[in-house]
Structures are given as structure tokens and as C-alpha cells.
Design a protein around this ligand. Structure first.
Ligand code: SAM
Ligand code: SF4
Length: 575
């Protein structure tokens, strides 16, 4: 028998030779994508093997999202399918991770007896132990077997930071260049967990707990390690990143190591830092990462809160060429009345003032956002205010969501969901059209410029579909509307160049094999604009572009969702 060993977080390791197979599917936002990456790394280090087909898995895990009903329904239907397999006598362990596990808890177990394990987002460090428990208690009664975690909402507020194993989970990660989607060498780094804003429609403060800020040294170290492992682009993650604030000396563990700490109240952002306090603000954190990790080619961050986004952040961005000129700052509505009911904490005027500061200090910055239509009591006049806001701001894209009443939120208890579904749909479609016009204008303004592009995919076959219908954004209806939040960073399908383009030449593999030549690749600008790159007739180096390459591209055309261009030169040695 293989010797038992201890994993990175001290959990039992299953024998490598017979490690169970795991299928893990992720729903929802970038936070969930990062959580899944951490879970994968953690379980791999313990001997579990990941497979792409749930039918071949001993363990099926769904990392779920509760932000909107649509995402939950998808997860429920997956549970139904596994339930059928189990009923047919198949042996498979089914685990629900993430927000639905946290929120539904015992109710989910009652409704879905096929579920063996629940693990909320604040408990992911315990997943190996929970899985181990399920595996060891096979054959016992259901009550004894269920490994239930979760239901510890807002635990970090009360948990001694020193016990917070979640920090260890983040720190234990290793960038895996072989992981699916890792080839363009982008990675997420969490700076803040949870949220304290309590927007009335949103489940996040309940499912992800109180706002906890990671120590800046841990964040900088993680960035360094990722870059050493080949990462080109890092996206810092937080629900309201600009509210990152770490007061030194307040949460210190053994040997003076700084620990995660609960975030300050909103008032902290409205008054000067008290004398004698040493604080790392978000601006300072950006500056530190930019300066202390010089090999990092791109630094991005999401999501920005339109309130308290100070000039100090814009100044650091302006002075730091490797910080991307991109701000995702959801407005949610253009109506002051609705913003108040949403408890967003800013007015339409303050939002517009913020955007004016951004465009003045960073004229090349692109702006993206989220909008909710059909919030309770939203009138035609409120909606018109939103339409005019979308017209007034140079949004590259907006995720447009139809209001979805969520259990546990203030809005569901306080307001009737009184905007009829067909009105929500109509407003959604009207806004999609308006956003499409705005997006087209924003994209057209880049024609004639030369931009730095990070290549995300390249191909030499003819399977590519039309760019305007097959980019990730439009596939999920997201850039223009109703898709999963965060889908802008999903894999981009390769576009086909139109008939007006030159005959196709090949990428590197096409040249080597002597096949009919054509070449294209797709990447993103610093401002997150998708660029379809035609390398037809370009020098040889352009024919060998790989995902992860940084190149300069001259923009020659545009569409509502993308730019088209030709490579000019390699931007730098990022290969
Ligand atoms: N923290 C970010 C912020 O404050 O802008 C947003 C995070 S939230 C998980 C992502 C987006 O989902 C929100 O910006 C909002 O537009 C949308 N959303 C959240 N709850 C929703 C609900 N109940 N119905 C419809 N859309 C919702
Ligand atoms: Fe939800 Fe508001 Fe927090 Fe964003 S800021 S996660 S919308 S509560």
C-alpha cells in the first residue's frame, strides 16, 4: 500500500496511483473561477485527478453562483442529471460548492438527496477533509455521511484572522501552465474577500461573508510567484477593489506575519488617514505591485465601486504604464431614485463626475459596467434616465441584467417584484441596442491607432466563425447583455476574416506542414478590447505568434464588439 502523506494544508493525501477522478464545473463570476482554480490545485496536490467528462468522474463538483436565478437553475439541472445516474445505480460523489451551498444549506439536502457534500465559498479550505469524510463513511446512513460545510455566513467577521485557513488556500496556489485556459498566461489574484456594501438586490454579502482584506505583502508575493511561473497578466479581484485598505499592525500573527483583516467602514474613505496609522490603500497596492514585480506585463483589477474611487488611484494608473487602462465600474441604474432603493451609495451625478475624472486623467482608458433593468418600482422615466446615462458614458460594454429577486436580500423582503417580465425583457433589449451603438462608437475611435495586444488564441484551421457572432461576449449575450457576469474574460473564439481580406496564410503549424496558408489570432488590448489580428502577408515572426505573446497591432477596422488589425512588431519579449 502506498504511504499516506500530508498535503499542503495538512489534509490526508490519497494514494497517487489510484487517486479518484474529479469533474469540476464552475458557474458565475471571476471569483468563482479563481476559487475553482484553488480547489483544483489543492485536490491535485492530494492525488485527485481531474477529468473533462462528468461521466468518467468518481467525484462531481459544481462550484455554484446565486447572484441570479438563471445561474442557479443551470446548476439545479446538473444536479438532476447526476441524480438520475445515481438512481440508475452508478456510484458517484456529488458535491455542491460556492454560493448555493452557503445559501441553500439544509434545504438543498432535502430537495436533492443525491448531494453528498456542501461547501460554501468561505469553507473551501475544508473541502479535502469533507471529501475524505464522505469517502470514508461510505455505507453509513445518509445522516452520518453528509459532509456539510457552509451556513457560516459572514464568518470572517467573527473568525480570528489567525485561524483563517482561507488565506493559506490562496497562498498555496501554483500557476499551472497546463491547465485549460492558462495558455494565454493570465491569472487572478484575490485582494479582498466578501462584501460589506449590502446593495439591496445582492446575495454576495450573505454568501461570501464580510469584507476581509489580504495583507499587501501576501498579495505582492503571490504576484511575484505567478510571474516567475510564466504569468503575463494579473487581474486583482475584489467586489469593490478600490475599497481595499490594509492598516498595518492591527492583525499580526506569529513572528510578526501580517494577517487578513476585516475591512473598515465607508467613513474611512471620507476622512484622512489618522496620524500614526500606516495604511496601504488600493492606490499604494497598485503602485507596489507595478514597481516590485517589474516582469509583470499587465496589471488589471475588477470590480471598481463608483464611490470613493480617488484621484490617487488614477494618478498611479497614469504613472504606471503596465497598469491596464481599464475600469469596470457598474452604474446599475441612471435613476437617483432607483440607486437609492438599491442602496448603492452614490447618485447619477456622482457617477458621471467620477467618469469625467477618469477620462480627463486617463483619456485612453476604457470603461465597462453593469446595469440592472426592472428593479422594483422602476418606471419608464427611471428607465429613460438609465438609457441616457448609457448614452452619456463611453462604455465599451455593459452587462445588462434583468432584476432577479434573490432570497435573503433586502429587496425581496422590502419591495414587490412589480415590473412585469415582458417589460423587463423589453427594457433589456432597448438597452442592448443603445449599448451596441455606444460600443460601436467606442471601437471605431481606435481605428488608425497602434495598440499593444496580448494574444489569447491563434489557430490555423478554417473552423473559425464570424467574429461578430462568435466572440465570447456575444455567445453569452454578455457584452451586450444578459450573460454570466465576467464572461468578457472567457476564451475568445477565433474570428473569420471577411471576404475583403487577403487569402489566408498559415500560422506556424500551417507553414511547417505546407498547408494552404492563412493566419489569424485574437487578443485583447490593455483596455480589454478584443482584437482580431490578420497576419496575412506579415513577417515570419507574426506567423508564429503564440497565446501569451504581446504584440503591437495597427488597428484598421472595427465592429461593435471588436477591432481588426495587422501586427506591426512584437511589443516585447514576453514569450
Ligand atoms: N461588486 C460588484 C459591484 O458592486 O458592482 C458586482 C458584483 S455582482 C456579483 C455582479 C453583478 O450582478 C452586479 O453588478 C449586478 O449588476 C448583478 N446582480 C447582482 N444581483 C442581481 C440581481 N438580484 N438581479 C439582477 N442582477 C443582479
Ligand atoms: Fe453585491 Fe453591492 Fe457588494 Fe457588489 S457592492 S457585491 S453588488 S453588495
Amino acid at each position: 500500500m502506498e504511504k499516506s502523506r500530508s498535503g499542503r494544508l495538512g489534509y490526508p493525501v490519497v494514494p497517487m496511483s489510484q487517486g479518484p477522478t474529479v469533474y469540476l464545473e464552475t458557474f458565475g463570476c471571476q471569483m468563482n473561477e479563481l476559487d475553482s482554480e484553488l480547489v483544483r490545485g489543492q485536490l491535485r496536490s492530494l492525488g485527485y485527478r481531474f477529468v473533462a467528462d462528468p461521466a468518467r468522474a468518481d467525484v462531481v463538483l459544481y462550484n455554484t453562483c446565486s447572484v441570479r436565478e438563471q445561474a442557479e437553475n443551470k446548476a439545479y439541472s446538473r444536479l438532476g442529471l447526476i441524480g438520475m445516474r445515481k438512481k440508475a445505480g452508478e456510484h458517484v460523489i456529488l458535491g455542491v460548492l460556492g454560493c448555493m451551498a452557503e445559501r441553500d444549506g439544509a434545504d438543498m439536502l432535502r430537495r436533492f438527496p443525491q448531494v453528498d457534500l456542501l461547501c460554501g465559498p468561505g469553507e473551501l479550505d475544508r473541502l479535502p477533509a469533507l471529501l475524505d469524510n464522505v469517502r470514508r463513511t461510505e455505507g453509513a446512513s445518509r445522516e452520518e455521511r453528509i459532509a456539510l460545510a457552509g451556513n457560516k455566513s459572514r464568518r470572517s467577521a467573527t473568525l480570528a484572522a489567525a485561524e483563517d485557513q482561507l488565506e493559506l488556500l490562496d497562498l498555496s496556489r501554483a500557476f499551472d501552465p497546463a491547465a485549460p485556459g492558462a495558455d494565454h498566461r493570465s491569472a487572478y489574484v484575490r485582494i479582498t474577500r466578501g462584501c460589506n456594501k449590502f446593495c439591496t438586490y445582492c446575495v454576495v454579502p450573505n454568501t461570501r461573508g464580510a469584507e476581509v482584506h489580504r495583507p499587501p505583502d501576501s498579495i505582492v508575493d503571490e504576484c511575484k510567484r505567478l510571474v516567475d511561473a510564466g504569468v503575463v497578466e494579473i487581474t486583482l479581484l475584489g467586489q469593490t477593489v478600490n475599497h481595499y485598505r490594509y492598516t498595518h499592525g492591527k492583525a499580526v500573527g506569529v513572528e510578526g506575519v501580517e494577517l487578513p483583516q476585516v475591512g473598515p467602514g465607508l467613513s474611512a474613505f471620507r476622512s484622512p488617514i489618522p496620524a500614526g496609522e500606516r495604511v496601504t490603500t488600493f492606490a499604494e497596492l497598485l503602485r507596489r505591485i507595478h514597481d516590485e514585480v517589474p516582469a509583470l506585463r499587465r496589471l488589471r483589477f475588477v470590480t471598481s465601486y463608483p464611490r470613493d474611487f480617488g484621484d490617487d488611484i488614477l494618478d498611479v494608473m497614469a504613472a504606471s504604464p503596465r497598469i491596464c487602462r481599464y475600469i469596470h465600474a457598474p452604474a446599475q441604474s441612471g435613476s437617483d431614485r432607483i440607486l437609492k432603493l438599491m442602496n448603492r451609495g452614490y447618485t447619477r451625478g456622482e457617477y458621471l463626475e467620477f467618469i469625467a475624472r477618469v477620462t480627463e486623467k486617463l483619456p485612453d482608458c476604457t470603461i465597462a459596467g453593469d446595469i440592472i433593468v426592472g428593479f422594483p418600482t422602476e418606471t419608464e422615466a427611471d428607465f429613460e434616465e438609465t438609457v441616457s446615462l448609457v448614452r452619456a458614458v463611453p462604455f465599451k460594454n455593459n452587462f445588462i441584467f434583468k432584476y432577479s429577486p434573490r432570497p435573503g436580500t433586502t429587496a425581496i423582503t422590502r419591495f414587490e417584484d412589480d415590473v412585469p417580465t415582458d417589460v423587463k425583457k423589453l427594457r433589456n433589449n432597448i438597452l442592448l441596442d443603445v449599448q451596441s451603438e455606444v460600443s460601436a462608437r467606442v471601437h471605431a475611435s481606435w481605428v488608425g491607432k497602434t495598440v499593444e495586444v496580448l494574444v489569447e488564441s491563434s489557430e490555423d484551421d478554417s473552423e473559425a466563425a464570424d467574429a461578430d457572432t462568435q466572440t465570447s461576449e456575444s455567445k453569452t449575450d454578455a457584452s451586450l447583455g444578459a450573460g454570466e457576469h465576467g464572461a468578457t474574460r472567457a476564451t475568445i473564439a477565433l474570428p473569420q476574416f471577411g471576404a475583403q481580406n487577403q487569402p489566408r496564410r498559415s500560422t506556424a503549424s500551417g507553414v511547417a506542414s505546407g498547408r494552404a496558408p492563412h493566419a489569424r489570432c485574437v487578443g485583447r488590448t490593455q483596455g480589454d478590447l478584443i482584437v482580431a489580428i490578420d497576419v496575412t502577408g506579415t513577417p515570419d515572426w507574426a506567423m508564429t505568434l503564440k497565446p501569451g505573446s504581446l504584440i503591437s497591432v495597427e488597428i484598421r477596422g472595427s465592429a461593435p464588439l471588436l477591432l481588426r488589425g495587422r501586427p506591426v512588431k512584437t511589443a516585447a519579449a514576453a514569450f
